[in-house]
Design a protein around this ligand. Structure first.
Ligand SMILES: [Mg+2]
Length: 373
């Protein structure tokens, strides 16, 4: 049989993507007024194009849109002319070109997987070996504010039919306990809550708050203490009646292995912006599965495009059991054509077309700065 000729990367576009928010978004680490993302388009020499999106969260990953655009140009120069389907090799190239910077790398990873799935003629979840047999409902996030305002929002989301509400906490014991009390008063006891302190507590305060919140029907708590303190994360877990989910402390598969070996948490939150995309997300989930750890997927401020890629991953990995796929629901504009479709009450449906199955509206991208490598 004749050996198939390898594809080559012809050119890469790096495009800025600014999306306005319905209202400013606050967590314990900072406030955002705009989603400042980056789009990567990888053109293969057979005419296929793969698209990826990065959403840098400055307070969590230490990347910014403008820095990512410069780094993307470096990466693009380094991988141009190479085989886009050899994803393992291209990811090694990226890691040799520059350390860290997982969020911008995730846009390249996503574009490469989009190309691979298009070349294979399969929706991405099928390429990943998935059946897309489960219904996928996202939670909805209530961001930091006064207890009264947060309770109002939680009630609004409950009335919209979301199955679960995620609540941002992480200031002080007094305020955080009051926030949850006010939310429970507004929405009743049935609908489950998830909480996320975004590293805002110290160890002693975390244990105190988690014990005080036991009565409020809470699924789990994300990242209670500073992300570097894995030893104390285990102490918090050992003393908490609420299961602990590692988020900022698990970027890649190496973090996952360390935390799992230490018994430092009950669950992992996987985000492409931290893992560097799909390739490493698969590795994190595999380590989790081997350690008996269930996973959640989460997002930064991605549009529906990157959320579509994330939903393909969910549809292909049954160990992912919680879905925090809500960033685009806080955006005031939608730059995406195709992709996951929202049918209300938190429900997302995947497109049944080859690749990730969506794209950016060319008219929307026309207004944005673009570099071609
Ligand atoms: Mg989190």
């Amino acid at each position: 049989m004749k050996r198939m000729k390898n594809l080559k990367i012809d050119k890469i576009e790096v495009i800025e993507l600014n999306i306005s928010l319905k209202e400013p978004i606050s967590i314990s680490l900072g406030t955002h007024y705009l989603a400042e993302n980056v789009v990567i388009k990888i053109y293969a020499d057979n005419g296929l194009v793969g698209t990826g999106e990065a959403s840098p969260e400055i307070n969590i990953v230490g990347e910014t849109q403008s820095a990512e655009i410069e780094i993307a140009k470096l990466i693009a120069t380094g991988i141009k002319g190479k085989d886009p389907l050899a994803i393992e090799d291209r990811i090694q190239d990226m890691d040799h070109i520059i350390d860290g910077n997982y969020t911008i790398k995730s846009a390249f990873d996503m574009a490469l997987y989009d190309l691979l799935a298009k070349q294979a003629g399969l929706p991405l979840y099928q390429l990943l070996g998935g059946g897309n047999t489960r219904e996928i409902y996202t939670d909805m996030t209530v961001y930091l504010g006064t207890p009264g305002r947060m309770a109002e929002q939680a009630l609004e989301y409950k009335n919209e039919g979301f199955p679960t509400i995620k609540v941002k906490l992480g200031t002080s014991a007094e305020e955080d306990i009051e926030r949850i009390r006010a939310i429970r008063e507004a929405i009743g006891d049935e609908i489950p809550l998830r909480i996320d302190a975004n590293q805002g507590w110290d160890t002693v305060t975390a244990i105190k708050i988690l014990k005080a919140l036991e009565q409020f029907n809470i699924d789990h708590c994300e990242e209670p203490i500073p992300k570097w303190n894995n030893t104390d994360l285990r102490r918090v877990r050992d003393n908490s009646p609420i299961p602990i989910m590692a988020d900022e402390s698990v970027f890649d598969h190496r973090d996952a292995f360390r935390l799992a070996s230490m018994g430092a948490c009950d669950y992992f939150n996987i985000k492409f912006a931290k893992s560097g995309g799909i390739h490493n997300a698969i590795k994190i989930n595999a380590i989790a599965e081997g350690a008996g750890i269930k996973t959640q997927v989460g997002c930064m401020s991605e549009s529906r495009y990157a959320l579509t890629a994330l939903t393909h991953f969910v549809a292909a990995r049954n160990n992912v059991v919680w879905f925090d796929i809500d960033s685009s629901l806080s955006h005031a504009e939608d730059p995406v054509t195709g992709g996951i479709q929202y049918s209300g009450k938190g429900k997302w449906e995947l497109p049944q077309v080859p690749g990730i199955g969506g794209d950016f509206d060319p008219e929307f991208l026309e207004k944005m700065k673009k570099s071609v490598i």
